[in-house]
Design a protein around this ligand. Structure first.
Ligand SMILES: Cc1ncc(COP(=O)(O)O)c(C=O)c1O
Length: 479
């Protein structure tokens, strides 16, 4: 770019090419370079780029009525979208609250949970428990719940912190004693789901009458990288919540809308949450829109006790957003793309495992539907991560970008600071040949960074063993 920019960029030292056009799984920049979008940005672009009927639906809505205030009017787009979504959400009698980002969906969820507990006559319930190794958003309430120290430590003095329990992360089981030899390591099911039992311990520790809700990603996305919890985890969490009157919030901002091969990630586990947050795939990136689903009976309780839900925003319940959401929902249904996500996900997983699974720097290839993570390690036997200063995942993503492949790098999966992975989450319309292109370019990028890393003399095992330190509060260190 030759003109002087006035933009404060997300990555200050990075050159941001001018994105010019998108079509299907591809993007083109102003220099004419083509990129294959292997992660749909940040697992957002579920139906692909450049779908004309979505753009047209938005334009028609904007031309007819673009904006009305949410306290004054409703729109046909909003009513129709919520009606269609009600048939898909795993919850009895769902009702929907519309905002603009995943973070705001999470804010909506926790405010609703708190207000509902007060309306039920339980004003002492003010604690929201979440998990380490999670991501719930950038706003202060969502950040207090987020379990990734790199993002939260700087701002921790500004928010009211909330308790976190260890995540269900079997590759690096947080309940594993530090120096266990491999043959005595924890494994499911003999572990008795200690990660789910930890919720009960934490509720009792906080005082069972003080906990309003527990929030967790149905399938871990942005921090742990496509980790589905072990069998039995979610049903046990549901039982514990019911035992103590704690509301269960499933964060589906990344996992929802078909990303894991079902409409919602929680459907894999046969559990009905009390609140569901959605974002990203709701409009597949065509408009900033998020949705929070709650139960009709709970809305009615708040209406009877308080009159209104004390929440809202200038752009909540946006008509163009709803029109975009409706067009995307219809596109997913018309083209059976959620089924496609499940089927293609299996193929992608096989290809990723075959091409990368045996590389010395790859510790784990995991995923569900079209949400896949490749975790990098300095030593496969001990699972020792690369030193955080090596920025291994970032360098892989940059090397891939140079080759025309977009993947999403994550740092901090091992203990909140160390641990590198890339997320692969392509649009559901990806073909098998395009999957081959993604996998080939990713392997080239990984090999390039791995050989540079070895050349730089970073020895395996420099940063310690495989154990996580989530239970100990070590996630509070600055990344
Ligand atoms: C599970 C989850 N919740 C919440 C968010 C926050 O969404 P947003 O970035 O749209 O505010 C994200 C974003 O990655 C997410 O993955």
């Amino acid at each position: 770019m030759t003109r002087r920019s006035h933009v404060v960029y997300r990555r200050m030292a990075h050159f941001h090419p001018l994105a010019e056009r998108g079509e299907g799984v591809y993007l083109w920049d102003a220099e004419g370079r083509r990129y294959i979008d292997g992660s749909g940005g940040a697992a957002v672009v579920n139906i692909g780029h450049g779908v004309a009927e979505v753009a047209q639906a938005m334009a028609e809505q904007a031309a007819t009525i673009a904006y009305v205030h949410g306290t004054m009017f409703t729109t046909d787009a909003l009513e129709t979208h919520s009606e269609q979504l009600a048939a898909l959400v795993p919850m009895p009698e769902p009702r929907f609250y519309y905002m603009t980002s995943g973070s705001e969906a999470v804010e909506t969820a926790i405010k609703f949970a708190r207000q509902l507990q007060v309306a039920r006559g339980e004003p002492a319930r003010e604690v929201i428990i979440s998990r380490w190794g999670s991501y719930h958003g950038a706003t202060m309430g969502a950040l207090a719940l987020t379990g990734r120290s790199k993002m939260r430590t700087l701002f921790a003095p500004l928010f009211r912190d909330q308790p976190h329990i260890p995540p269900p992360y079997c590759y690096r089981c947080p309940f594993e004693p530090p120096l266990n030899p491999p043959q005595t390591r924890n494994s499911h099911p003999t572990c008795n789901l200690a990660c789910a039992q930890a919720l009960e311990t934490e509720i009792l520790r906080q005082g069972s009458g003080r906990v309003a809700a527990f929030i967790a990603e149905s399938v871990s996305g942005a921090t742990l990288g496509a980790v589905a919890p072990p069998e039995g985890y979610w049903p046990l969490v549901r039982q514990i919540c019911d035992r103590y009157g704690v509301l269960l919030i499933a964060d589906e901002v990344m996992a929802g809308f078909g990303r894991t091969g079902r409409w919602f990630g929680i459907e894999h586990f046969d559990v009905q949450p009390d609140v569901i947050t959605m974002g990203k795939g709701v409009t597949g990136g065509y408009f900033p829109l998020s949705v929070t689903a709650v139960r009709g009976a709970d809305v009615e309780r708040i209406r009877q006790v308080h009159g209104d839900f004390v929440h809202g925003g200038t752009f909540s319940h946006h008509a163009v957003g709803a029109a975009a959401g409706l067009a995307v929902l219809r596109y997913l249904q018309k083209n059976d793309l959620v089924t496609a996500s499940a089927a293609k996900g299996e193929v992608l997983g096989e290809k990723l495992s075959a091409a990368l699974g045996e590389l010395p720097c790859v510790g784990d290839v995991r995923g569900i539907g079209l949400l896949w993570g490749v975790e990098f390690v300095a030593d496969r036997a001990t699972k020792a991560p690369f030193p955080p200063a090596a920025h291994f995942a970032r360098r892989v993503a940059d090397a891939a970008f140079d080759k025309g492949l977009i993947v999403y790098p994550v740092a901090g999966c091992a203990d909140g600071v160390a641990g590198d992975l890339v997320l692969i989450a392509p649009p559901f319309i990806i073909t098998e040949a395009q999957m081959d292109e993604v996998v080939r370019l990713l392997r080239e990028a990984v090999l390039k960074v791995a050989s540079a890393q070895t050349g730089a003399g970073d020895l395996p095992g420099q940063t310690g063993g495989q154990q996580t330190n989530w239970g100990t509060g070590a996630m509070g260190r600055t990344g």
